[in-house]
Design a protein around this ligand. Structure first.
Ligand code: FPP
Length: 253
């Protein structure tokens, strides 16, 4: 991910005031298959090419001082893809978790995962866990991969943990509120997402972070994920910065 001191975002994006840069960004990386088919290649080539997009985007996000970047890398529905593609993706993830360790370390990135990660193949799971462990003491941007992730599954899992705590007597039913649920999500420290970017034109959320994106701005681009680079992130941020966020309130002034 290269050198990425979160220092002078105004040098990178002089037209966007610092306070208008989103603190937490989520990306639905879509279009890998379409990208590959354009060249007459197998879909899986698009996933390999997508790694370069992940690297450049993460580097640019860290440079801008974005605190958290959450990438939707494998959904609970993705198991329905051909076995060969799933196996390929699992190996790509394992290699990514290992190969990026030096870059993650150099840039002080905190690497995390959310989802039913323990259900991934053992080799992938242990590589991811080790990278999480190695980077846990860093203090830079959180790079979070959503893996075997579903927003509904996350809420169901949180509800089950609430039920367990009520049965154990550590939580009273009357104390179940938004904070109690948020504290039982996969990553309780995750901040609310300010901007969700979706590539490859689809205007859908596809079960991504349902709780954390309640007030997020959605920016859709027709760029296919393997072609996505820092310039596309800057364009999305400019669009986000021009929006008026109201959080259910009336416009002031
Ligand atoms: C969607 O494209 C993409 C995925 C299901 C996988 C995302 C994986 C990567 C970007 C590569 C690995 C990432 C990391 C973080 C190591 P699609 O296959 O649904 O494309 P299509 O809609 O054009 O078919």
């Amino acid at each position: 991910m290269g050198r990425a001191p979160a220092s002078f975002p105004e040098r990178i994006l002089p037209d966007v005031p610092r306070e208008k840069i989103p603190a937490s960004v989520g990306i639905i990386m879509d279009g890998n298959g379409r990208w590959a088919r354009r060249f007459g290649w197998e879909r899986i080539k698009g996933h390999t090419a997508g790694i370069d997009a992940v690297r450049d985007t993460a580097r640019a996000a860290a440079e801008l001082g974005i605190s958290e970047l959450t990438l939707y890398a494998f959904s609970v529905e993705n198991w329905k893809r051909p076995r060969r593609e799933v196996t390929y993706l699992m190996e790509l993830l394992r290699r990514f978790a290992i190969d990026e360790r030096p870059e993650i370390e150099r840039n002080g990135i905190r690497f995390r995962t959310i989802g039913r990660v323990a259900e991934l193949p053992e080799k992938t799971f242990s590589a991811l866990r080790e990278t999480e462990r190695l980077s846990a003491g860093n203090d830079g941007m959180v790079l979070r991969l959503a893996l075997n992730y579903g927003g509904r599954a996350e809420l169901a899992d949180a509800a089950r943990r609430i039920a367990d705590d009520v049965v154990a007597g550590t939580l009273r039913p009357g104390d179940v509120d938004e904070a109690a649920l948020a504290a039982r999500l996969y990553d309780a420290s995750m901040r609310e997402v300010d901007m969700v970017v979706r590539t490859a034109s689809e205007m859908r959320i596809s079960n991504f972070l349902l709780w954390q994106i309640s007030y997020a701005e959605l920016v859709v681009t027709d760029v296919l994920w393997p072609d996505f680079r820092r310039a596309n992130l800057y364009t999305a941020i400019r669009e986000y910065a021009a929006r008026e966020r109201r959080f259910g309130e009336l416009v002031k002034g």
